[in-house]
Design a protein around this ligand. Structure first.
Ligand code: AMP
Ligand code: ZN
Length: 473
């Protein structure tokens, strides 16, 4: 097992990840709020978390990872006021909250699939864990950390010794993404107290409600991540992930309530990738038009070109999305594939076996570079070094395949078509993506026209379980 160093929000230092137990590393990820499609900013966070999980496995850790799906309780404001986001989605589309949750959960995982983001082994919708939330809230009551006021149940942050332990900053410094126009909740004893269980809501039509010792209602957002993590990953969590906006209040509140219930330190390492924004500032689902994977595919981009775009920058750097930079990543991706294709073609003629020592040497160097605060861009530089290294093609290919366990750019399989035909098929592949989009929109005329265009270029389309593929006629 090789050591991995990572910036820890809680200590403000890059430090070694040290799991609590020897046989596994527990990792928790805040999942999406499924009231709309994930935008490419959200997906940047999930790509970087995916790289981290794969890097840890690559380095030899037995990662056990859980993720929630927020299908109830996430209000449009972090200040415990505003509308429930699921209700907002349901109203917008004239569906029930559960229909909305199912549709957008599936859409989220379809996007993850296209971006090679592995699904965590444990994925739990919040609505599946209501008894666990109630039990945890009851424990907080029993230990004197919860109170009722105006019908809701609140967490009393004044009872916690170091509420701001995650960053050491006060609320005013941490108000990332919290709106100014929210009305103060007069039931709270302290400004930072937060709702554990709602029974009174100005939105009487809130359709998802359950019985509880405190009345018919629904859980607050923060309690779901604590309860799900405790249930599936145990009392000691090694690594907790989420976008930078989750630091406050979400993760700050998770720590407060988890440690209040447990009576000991809960999570050792906090990973917070920075945001991807557009030129106007924040990229957000509530802003109406926003960029998602489908938008990129419709414009002819390969989803994995977007993954490469993300890997080119450090996760701690805020990124501004422009089509110009995506174009650059896109052409870098196509060139990468075609270089791997020629290596593959040369390797097929070599009739040799890979030099294990060399593969091992490169692997150790890769972990050393990428394992130093997840420096994916240095990992890519090493990949380019391998492409031009003076080693045999079979070994080269083995190293590329090995790095791709972490990078997940389909470097060898996606270069297959270029290899089979010896031709640059990138434009036809873009057409394939457009055809998939047309089929999804039941636009059969466009789909047929694209098929004809591809046929005229000398290729048939094979529809396979992994998606459409080109076949030379
Ligand atoms: P949500 O679906 O709003 O709960 O967000 C899902 C994940 O995306 C969370 O980890 C957020 O912190 C993260 N996130 C939200 N906005 C952005 C953004 N513009 N760039 C990167 N990550 C984001
Ligand atoms: Zn969470």
């Amino acid at each position: 097992m090789q050591k991995i160093k990572l910036y820890n929000t809680a200590t403000r230092k890059v430090e070694e990840l040290t799991p609590h137990s020897e046989d596994k590393l527990t990792m928790y990820t805040c999942g999406p709020t499924v009231y709309h499609f994930a935008h490419i900013g959200n997906l940047r966070t999930y790509i970087m978390e995916d790289v981290l999980e794969k890097l840890l496995r690559y380095a030899g850790y037995n990662v056990v990872r859980a993720m929630n799906i927020t299908d109830v309780g996430h209000l449009t404001s972090d200040a415990d006021t505003g509308e429930d986001k699921m209700l907002e989605g349901a109203k917008r589309e004239g569906k029930t909250a559960m229909q909305i949750a199912k549709y957008y959960t599936e859409a989220f995982f379809a996007d993850c699939y296209r971006l090679n983001i592995k699904k965590p082994e444990i994925v739990v919708p919040a609505t599946d864990c209501i008894p666990e939330f109630i039990e945890l809230i009851q424990t907080l009551f029993d230990k004197g950390f919860a109170y009722t006021a105006g019908g809701n149940v609140y967490f009393d942050t004044s009872k916690v010794e170091d509420y701001y332990c995650l960053t050491g900053h006060s609320a005013d410094d941490l108000m990332v993404g919290v709106r100014d126009d929210v009305t103060e909740d007069l039931n709270k004893r302290n400004k930072t107290d937060f709702v554990l269980w709602f029974t009174t809501s100005k939105f009487g039509e809130q359709e998802l409600r359950w019985d509880s010792p405190w009345g018919y209602g629904y859980p607050g957002w923060h309690i779901e991540c604590s309860a799900i993590s405790l249930k599936y990953l145990g009392e000691y969590l090694d690594l907790h992930c989420g976008g930078v906006d989750n630091i406050f209040p979400h993760h700050t509140n998770e720590i407060a309530q988890s440690e209040a219930a447990l009576g000991h330190k809960w999570c050792g390492h906090w990973f917070h990738p920075r945001h991807l924004n557009d030129k106007s500032g924040k990229m957000s689902k509530s802003k109406g038009e926003f960029l998602c994977v489908d938008t990129l595919v419709a414009k002819g981009y390969k989803p994995l070109a977007y993954r490469l775009f993300c890997l080119q920058s450090h996760y701690m750097k805020q990124l501004v999305f422009t089509y110009e930079s995506l174009d650059n990543a896109s052409s870098a991706y196509d060139k990468l594939l075609s270089r791997v294709a020629s290596i593959k073609s040369a390797a097929a003629k070599e009739n040799a076996v890979a030099d294990k020592d060399k593969v091992e040497k490169y692997r150790a160097r890769f972990i050393e570079l990428v394992g130093n605060d997840m420096n994916t861009s240095l990992g890519l530089t090493l990949l380019y070094d391998v492409l031009k290294a003076d080693i045999d093609s079979v070994t080269k290919l083995a190293v590329i395949e090995d790095f791709d366990r972490v990078l997940s750019l389909d470097l060898v399989s996606a270069s297959e078509q270029a290899l089979e035909t010896g031709e640059d098929t990138s434009q036809l592949e873009e057409l394939l993506l457009k055809r998939a989009e047309a089929k999804k929109n039941r636009d059969w005329a466009t789909a047929d026209a694209i098929r004809d265009e591809i046929k005229a270029a000398g290729y048939a389309i094979l529809d396979t379980p992994e998606g459409a593929k080109l076949k030379k006629l």
